[in-house]
Design a protein around this ligand. Structure first.
Ligand code: GLP
Length: 244
């Protein structure tokens, strides 16, 4: 779906999320949301905060799982995805903090494998993801599933692509300060979500959106695997859709 601009698109996506939360509330169930970081979803989170403040949307029945976190990363660091989520969403809504899950970037390496399996298990235990938000990196990554990621991959420790680290350099004051690794949900994990929306804004994303939507499916561009799913919607502004 192509919208005239990212604000209109973000409001639509937030509305979809609010509808899921409310319909689950009506039947006394939790809404299980997979969340993403980066500049792309900021407008969606701003609209969700507005719906909470001005229209009484409650997040008491919401359980969230974030896609990824840098490794190593302290949660209170300025660049952590914990800080990002707190600033853009969690500090401004009534979510129960016990219902928030973000991969732990502080674990010793030998504990990561088991930790990743337990992250997957937790998602399953609460009934699986009702909805997953995605952005897209210029390498074609979703979450931090870089080129080479398998379509059935699970939550795991990955090595970041050089282009991804260059794109993150500004946040870290230079590429050399960007962690070389991250913990990310896998493509297989993302695929289990009952509904997936990938969002992209601006001309900068146009070439990778063309590859993701129209290119041959290949692990060289992990987002092409989304072509396999019937539950995915790409939500774009006109600039991001301009090469299609
Ligand atoms: C990071 C995140 C991704 C995100 C991507 C794009 O790599 N791990 O989940 O989709 O950046 O970021 P932006 O939305 O800032 O373009």
């Amino acid at each position: 779906t192509v919208y005239p601009d990212q604000h209109i698109a973000s409001v639509k996506v937030a509305k979809r999320i609010a509808d899921i939360i409310r319909s689950k509330q009506e039947v006394g169930e939790a809404a299980i949301l997979g969340l993403a970081t980066g500049a792309t979803p900021v407008g969606v989170y701003a609209e969700l905060v507005r719906l909470h403040r001005e229209e009484g949307l409650s997040f008491r029945n919401v359980i969230t799982f974030n896609l990824d976190e840098y490794y190593p990363m302290q949660p209170d660091a300025a660049q952590s995805y914990v800080t990002f989520m707190n600033e853009h969403l969690f500090n401004h809504i009534d979510i129960d903090r016990d219902n928030v899950h973000i991969p732990d970037g502080t674990l010793p390496k030998e504990e990561i494998h088991d930790y990743c399996l337990s992250y997957e298990r937790k998602i399953e235990e609460v009934g699986g993801l009702d909805f997953q938000i995605l952005g897209i990196g210029r390498t074609g990554h979703i979450g931090f599933n870089e080129p080479g990621s398998a379509p059935n991959s699970g939550t795991r420790l990955v090595t970041l692509d050089d282009l991804t680290r260059r794109d993150a350099a500004r946040d870290f004051g230079g590429k050399e300060n960007v962690p070389t690794k991250a913990i990310t949900m896998g493509i297989g994990t993302i695929f289990k979500a009952r509904e997936i929306i990938l969002m992209a804004w601006s001309q900068k994303k146009a070439p990778i959106i063309k590859k993701a939507v129209e290119g041959d499916m290949s692990s060289d561009v992990p987002a092409t695997y989304l072509q396999l799913s019937n539950s995915v919607e790409f939500v774009l502004d006109e600039a991001a859709a301009s090469d299609l």
